[in-house]
Design a protein around this ligand. Structure first.
Ligand code: AR6
Length: 171
């Protein structure tokens, strides 16, 4: 598995799947979620509504898959990150589950290249350095990671990019 770091807008990346930092409603929102729905068009929301009708949204730490609509990627994997409050240890485990469940869903769908945003580090206020440590460790330690060809960590803000750069260079 190749691990890549990019500082860009995730909606512009041509990979098999981009991951969305969604919320439990799956109906869209701000941040990266807003950008994905805006640029991807209504097909993404239509798929999300079908999933909602079937299973009533998506729990924190879980993931679902839809079309990527007009985006260059083939699929969007929507995962719901934890809000940084309450039990911090529990929240850290839930963040790791987001990466694991997204990768599991990717493998089930034959996805070979996947791009992750910095889940929970925006509106959900998860500390960026802690979130980066969890993201990198969870991906590297994932038991079926050999089935994925490339994982791209996509940073949008400079702070996250510097944090990822530092961790990935040290290792
Ligand atoms: N491409 C890549 N990364 C982005 C982009 C983009 N176009 N836009 C923002 N980011 P956030 P959360 C980064 O707030 O914290 C939504 O309303 C951003 O810099 O998008 O998981 C949902 O509906 C940050 O590092 O997601 C939920 O209600 C990272 O994406 C809630 O926000 C995550 O920030 C989820 O909050």
């Amino acid at each position: 598995m190749i691990l890549e770091l990019l500082k860009t807008d995730i909606t512009e990346i041509k990979v098999d799947a981009i991951v969305n930092a969604a919320n439990t409603s799956l109906l869209g929102g701000g941040g990266v979620d807003g950008a994905i729905h805006r640029k991807g068009g209504k097909e993404i929301l239509e798929d999300c509504i079908k999933i909602r009708n079937r299973q009533g949204g998506c729990n924190t730490g879980e993931a679902v898959i839809t079309t990527a609509g007009n985006l260059p990627a083939k699929y969007v994997i929507h995962t719901v990150g934890p809000v940084w409050n309450g039990d911090k240890e529990e929240k850290s485990k839930l963040l790791a589950r987001c990466y694991e469940n997204s990768l599991n869903l990717a493998i089930e769908n034959g996805i070979k290249t996947i791009a992750f945003p910095n889940i929970s580090t925006g509106i959900y206020h998860f500390p960026k350095d802690k979130a980066a440590q969890i993201a990198i460790k969870t991906v590297k330690d994932f038991d079926k990671i050999a089935e994925i060809e490339k994982v791209i960590f996509v940073c949008f803000d400079d702070e996250n990019y510097q944090i990822y750069k530092e961790i990935l260079e040290i290792e």
